[in-house]
Write a protein that binds this ligand. Structure first.
Ligand SMILES: *Cc1c(COP(=O)(O)O)cnc(C)c1O
Length: 373
């Protein structure tokens, strides 16, 4: 059976091999007589699943030893509160606003941080450009600088993380990497914390990944709930409360799938996240090149910050939107409707989307354009 190509922004497609393995192990994980959802999180079976997932993620993202990996719940939106509760230390925090997600994060931080300062915003361009880091107004002594490294709704991506030291700030970066984690290598050098919900590129909804520099732990505000105090979570190997066991298991299968990926051959062979990056570059180029060459479709994001993962586009004749979506569905191309705040279409092409899926979308878009002429 060929499954349709699923362009959902999230919860999003999961690699078929991962779904098949999970299905095969659903009733009896490795001869234990139990499904993963039925196991104690403190039993040896689940501890093995947890430890493997943690070490695979550390290897995949080349997470340095002085960072803790936490498996939490609450999603990216809960982290908008949990990060300032843990890291703001009752001082100012800086935000770079590049789209809906960083805007939302800033608003939530205002409840907890003593002072929230906007260092830069792309609002004037309707979030189609990334403010040049050289123009950011970073504050002195900020506890951290928050960015969203891939804006899922507006389709904007940082292709390199900003070098805050070069901009005169000693603050650590806090990065919301929910929607492009594991799509490319990640540079930890200026980072204090990165977080992401799993449901875009890692697995099912319900698991939140937090990777935090050890020296930032232990400074939570008194009001911080114990279950959300990173130090307590870290000291208890993410088992202070019951962790999202099924999500951790599914993420673990995805990490192993990622570690198996290869692109190229011989000395040019890339593995893991680097292989995914090569594939993701090719996928994004195919779709953007087609859109840019066509008078019928448009993407409004500046070329230097276009997302490889989330590609919003518009039909020149928006009265054809419903026909476009209905025809796409008939061809097995699902969930292409744009976010309600932006409109138009959006193709989310995370790791689980093969090049063939993007090719099928481009073929359909070409046919639709011809039929509409
Ligand atoms: C999806 C998303 C979130 C929100 O995640 P929830 O799991 O709904 O809380 C936050 N940030 C970014 C960049 C996202 O794409």
């Amino acid at each position: 059976m060929n499954r349709p190509y699923n362009f959902s922004a999230g919860p999003a497609a999961i690699p078929e091999e991962v779904l098949q393995q999970a299905a095969a192990e659903m009733l009896d994980w490795h001869g234990s007589g139990m499904g993963v959802m039925e196991m104690s999180h403190r039993g040896k079976e689940f501890i093995a699943i947890y430890e493997q997932a943690e070490s695979d993620l550390r290897a995949l993202l080349a997470v340095p030893a002085h960072f803790k990996i936490l498996f939490m719940q609450g999603g990216g939106i809960a982290e908008n509160a949990i990060v300032p509760l843990n890291l703001s230390r009752a001082a100012a925090v800086d935000f770079v606003v590049t789209g809906s997600w960083s805007q939302k994060s800033r608003k939530e931080a205002q409840k907890y941080a003593a002072e929230v300062h906007t260092a830069a915003t792309g609002e004037a361009s309707n979030f189609t450009t990334l403010p040049d880091p050289a123009s950011w107004q970073l504050s002195r002594g900020a506890s951290y600088v928050h960015i969203c490294s891939n804006e899922t709704i507006h389709g904007i991506e940082f292709h390199a993380l900003p070098d805050l030291k070069a901009l005169g700030s000693d603050a650590p970066l806090v990065v919301d990497f929910s929607s492009h984690v594991a799509s490319r290598p990640f540079d930890w050098s200026g980072v204090g914390l990165a977080f992401g919900g799993a449901q875009k590129n890692i697995g099912p909804a319900g698991l939140t990944i937090v990777i935090v520099r050890e020296d930032l732990l232990g400074h939570a505000l008194p009001a911080c709930p114990s279950a959300f105090d990173y130090k307590i979570v870290a000291d208890n190997q993410s088992m202070y409360n019951t962790p999202p066991t099924w999500g951790i298991y599914m993420a673990g299968l995805t990490f192993q799938w990622l570690l198996r990926q290869r692109e190229g051959a011989g000395t040019e062979e890339l593995a893991g996240v680097a292989a995914m990056e090569a594939r993701n570059i090719a996928k994004a180029r195919l779709l953007y090149d087609f859109i840019d060459a066509s008078p019928f479709y448009v993407n409004k994001v500046a070329a230097n910050c276009r997302s490889r993962m989330n590609i919003p586009f518009f039909l020149a004749d928006e009265s054809r939107n419903d026909a476009f979506l209905a025809g796409a569905k008939e061809r097995g191309l699902l969930q292409l409707k744009g976010h309600k705040s932006v409109g138009g279409m959006r193709a989310s092409i995370y790791n689980a989307m093969p090049l063939a899926g993007v090719q099928a979308l481009v073929d359909y878009m070409r046919d639709f354009e011809r039929s509409a002429a």
